[in-house]
Design a protein around this ligand. Structure first.
Ligand code: ARG
Length: 566
C-alpha cells in the first residue's frame, strides 16, 4: 500500500524522488488521521508555496488519477495529506503480507558477511551477569541480521591469554590440587586467583614468578601450556552449560590465545607505518591528536596485550571472512579501548575501519538494586540466575496449571525467556535490574506476558474444529477498529526488523512484541472467534493465526521460544 501511495505522490510531485517521498511518509498515531500521512513542509520550500496549498493541489491531482481507486478518501489537515485506504483492500494487503512464511525477512544482506564478537567470558573466571548481557544482545543481533539475509559469523573471543594465567599457575602449584579443581571448577580457580593476590601483597616476588610462567606460556613451554589448556577446558565446560540453558551457540571459539602468533605482524604493520613510539620502555601508538590516551601495543617486557590481540583479530577477520561489518558487544566501560583500537586500524591506511568496525556498548546489571560485581564478593553466576528463574516458574506452573504437558521444558522456555526479555526490553545502553517479581510477571511488559498471549492464540486455534489457516477470507469481517489496529501492529514487523538492525537495538523488536500482544488482547476481548457464521470465524481465526506466527518469529529474534501451552 505504501509503495502505491508513493507512486501516486511521485506522479504528481516533481520536486521529490520516490526515495525521498518514502522517507517522509508517516503512519499517523491515530486512526482518525488516516492510514498514511504525507507532510508537505519540505515541498513548501522547494515550491515556494504554503504547505496547506500544496497538500490541496496534490489531493486534487490524485483525485483525477485512475489508479487511485484503492483510496477511500484523502483529507488535507494542516500541512498533511492524510490517506484513508479502502478498508477491505487494506486488510487484504496486510493479511497477504503477514501470511507469507518469510514475512519480515529480506535479502538485503545476500552475499555479505557480518562478524559479531560477543559473550567472550574470561577463562578461569565465572560467567557472570555482565557476560549474560553481551551473550543475549549478541545472539539477538545474530538472529536479526540473519533474517535480513546476511551471513553472520558468531565469534566467542574468549579471554584466554594474558599475565593472569601466569599468576594462576603459580597459585595452583603453591596452594592448589588437582582433585579440588576437578571438583569445584571455575569456583576453585577463582579462589586460587584471589589467594595469589593476597599472598603477593606480602611476597611481591610472587609477581616475578607469575611473569616468568606467562613468559613460558608465550614461548610454548609444554608444562605451562598443559596447565593453561586444562584451566581453559574446565572453564569451557561451565560456559557451555550456560549456553545450553540459553539454547545458544557460536561458529567459532577463537580466544585471545589464537592471535598470539599474529601479534608480531601487528607490530610490524605499525612500525612500517612509522606509528610505533617508545614510552617509558613500552611501545604505544600516540592518539593525542584524536583526544585519546595512547594505545598500548607492547608492555616494557615486550609482551603483547589485549589491544594488540584485538588488532590482530581485526586483520585476521577481515582477511578470513571479508566482513562488511564487525560488531563488538561489550559493556560500555570498554568504549575507549575500542575507539583506540579502531583508530589504530584506520591510521594504518584502512579507511573501512570507520564504518565497518562498530562497538555496541550496553549498561550495567543490578540485582534487586544491588550492584553485581566479582570484586565486592557478590559473585553472581549467570547460570544460577537462569536456574532460579526456571525453578520459580516451575513453582507457578505447579500451583496454577499442573496438568500441562512437558512441564520442565515449558518452565525452561518461560524462565529463560523472562530473563532474556527483561534484558532486551529497554535500550541496551540503559542499566538492567533484576527484579524477580517484575520480570516473572505474566502481566505487564514481560516475556511471560508475550508468551502467554502466544499460548492463548495457540489454544484458540487448537480448539477450532476444521479450521485450516488460509489467507483467503472475508476481509470485510476484519474492518472493525480492533482488528484493524491489530493488523496494523503486525504489519510493522518488516520495518521493525530493519530499525532494530540499523540501530543494533533488539529492544525495538521486544517492544514490538509487547505492542502486538496488547493489540491482540484488545481484539480478543472485543471479538468472539468461535462463532456460527463461518466467514466471520475463519477471518478472525486467520487473524489469530497471523498474530501467533508473528509473535513467535519476533520472540525468536530475541532468542526466546514460545511454549504452545502454559
Ligand atoms: N573478555 C572480555 C571481557 O570479558 C571481552 C572481550 C570482547 N571482545 C574483544 N574482541 N575484545 O571483558
Amino acid at each position: 500500500m505504501k509503495s502505491k501511495i508513493i507512486d501516486l505522490i511521485a506522479a504528481n510531485v516533481d520536486a521529490l524522488t520516490k526515495d525521498e517521498i518514502s522517507e517522509l511518509i508517516e503512519i499517523p498515531p491515530k486512526p482518525e488521521l488516516g492510514d498514511y500521512a504525507f507532510p508537505c513542509f519540505r515541498l513548501a520550500k522547494a515550491m515556494r508555496k504554503a504547505p496547506q496549498m500544496i497538500a490541496a493541489d496534490i489531493k486534487a491531482a490524485i483525485a483525477e488519477a485512475s489508479d487511485a481507486s484503492f483510496i477511500d478518501e484523502i483529507q488535507v489537515q494542516g500541512a498533511y495529506l492524510n490517506f484513508f485506504i479502502k478498508k477491505e483492500i487494506f486488510v487484504k494487503s496486510m493479511v497477504d503480507a503477514a501470511f507469507d512464511d518469510n514475512f519480515g525477512a529480506s535479502d538485503m544482506g545476500d552475499g555479505q558477511t557480518i562478524c559479531i564478537d560477543y559473550s567472550s567470558p574470561n577463562v578461569a573466571k565465572n560467567f557472570h551477569v555482565g557476560h549474560l548481557r553481551t551473550t543475549i544482545i549478541g545472539n539477538s543481533l545474530y538472529k536479526i541480521y540473519s533474517k535480513l539475509g546476511y551471513k553472520v559469523v558468531r565469534i566467542n573471543h574468549l579471554g584466554d591469554w594474558g599475565t593472569q594465567f601466569g599468576k594462576l599457575i603459580v597459585a595452583y602449584k603453591a596452594w592448589g590440587d588437582e582433585e579440588t579443581v576437578k571438583k569445584d571448577g571455575v569456583g576453585e580457580l577463582m579462589k586460587l586467583y584471589v589467594k595469589f593476590h593476597e599472598e603477593a601483597e606480602k611476597k611481591p616476588e610472587l609477581n616475578d614468578e607469575a611473569r616468568a610462567w606467562f613468559a613460558k606460556m608465550e614461548q610454548g613451554d609444554e608444562e605451562a601450556l598443559k596447565i593453561w589448556q586444562w584451566f581453559k577446558d574446565i572453564s569451557l565446560i561451565e560456559y557451555k552449560r550456560t549456553y545450553d540453558l540459553l539454547g545458544m551457540d557460536f561458529d567459532y571459539y577463537l580466544g585471545e590465545s589464537f592471535y598470539r602468533d599474529k601479534t608480531d605482524d601487528v607490530v610490524k604493520r605499525i612500525t612500517d607505518a612509522g606509528l610505533l613510539k617508545d614510552s617509558e620502555g613500552a611501545k604505544i601508538v600516540d592518539l593525542e591528536e584524536y583526544n585519546m590516551a595512547p594505545c598500548l601495543i607492547l608492555k616494557n617486557d615486550g609482551s603483547s596485550i589485549y589491544a594488540t590481540r584485538d588488532l590482530a583479530a581485526i586483520f585476521y577477520r577481515k582477511e578470513t571472512y571479508n566482513f562488511v561489518k564487525c560488531l563488538y558487544v561489550t559493556g560500555q566501560e570498554q568504549k575507549l579501548h575500542f575507539a583506540q583500537v579502531f583508530k589504530v586500524v584506520e591510521l594504518l591506511g584502512n579507511d573501512w575501519a570507520k564504518d565497518e568496525l562498530i562497538h555496541i556498548p550496553y549498561g550495567l546489571v543490578s540485582l534487586e538494586g544491588a550492584k553485581l560485581s566479582t570484586r565486592s564478593g557478590n559473585i553472581i553466576y549467570a547460570e544460577d540466575i537462569l536456574l532460579e528463574a526456571i525453578s520459580k516458574i516451575k513453582e507457578i506452573i505447579e500451583e496454577k496449571n499442573p496438568d500441562i504437558p512437558d512441564k520442565d521444558e515449558t518452565a525452561k522456555k518461560i524462565g529463560v525467556g523472562a530473563v532474556l526479555f527483561n534484558d532486551l526490553y529497554n535500550q541496551r545502553i540503559k542499566d538492567v535490574s533484576f527484579k524477580w517479581e517484575k520480570l516473572l510477571n505474566f502481566d505487564g511488559e514481560t516475556g511471560p506476558y508475550v508468551q502467554y498471549t502466544y499460548a492463548r492464540c495457540a489454544s484458540i486455534i487448537r480448539k477450532l474444529d476444521g479450521y485450516t489457516p488460509s489467507k483467503d477470507v472475508d476481509y470485510s469481517v476484519l474492518t472493525d477498529a480492533d482488528s484493524m489496529e491489530l493488523l496494523k501492529e503486525v504489519s510493522r514487523f518488516p520495518k521493525v526488523i530493519l530499525d532494530a538492525a540499523e540501530k543494533y537495538e533488539p529492544s525495538v523488536v521486544a517492544r514490538f512484541a509487547v505492542d502486538v500482544a496488547q493489540a491482540f488482547n484488545k481484539f480478543y476481548n472485543a471479538n468472539r472467534i468461535n462463532v456460527e457464521e463461518e466467514n466471520i470465524r475463519n477471518a478472525r481465526a486467520s487473524l489469530v493465526y497471523i498474530t501467533k506466527k508473528t509473535i513467535k518469529d519476533a520472540l525468536l529474534l530475541l532468542g526466546i521460544e514460545c511454549p504452545e501451552q502454559m
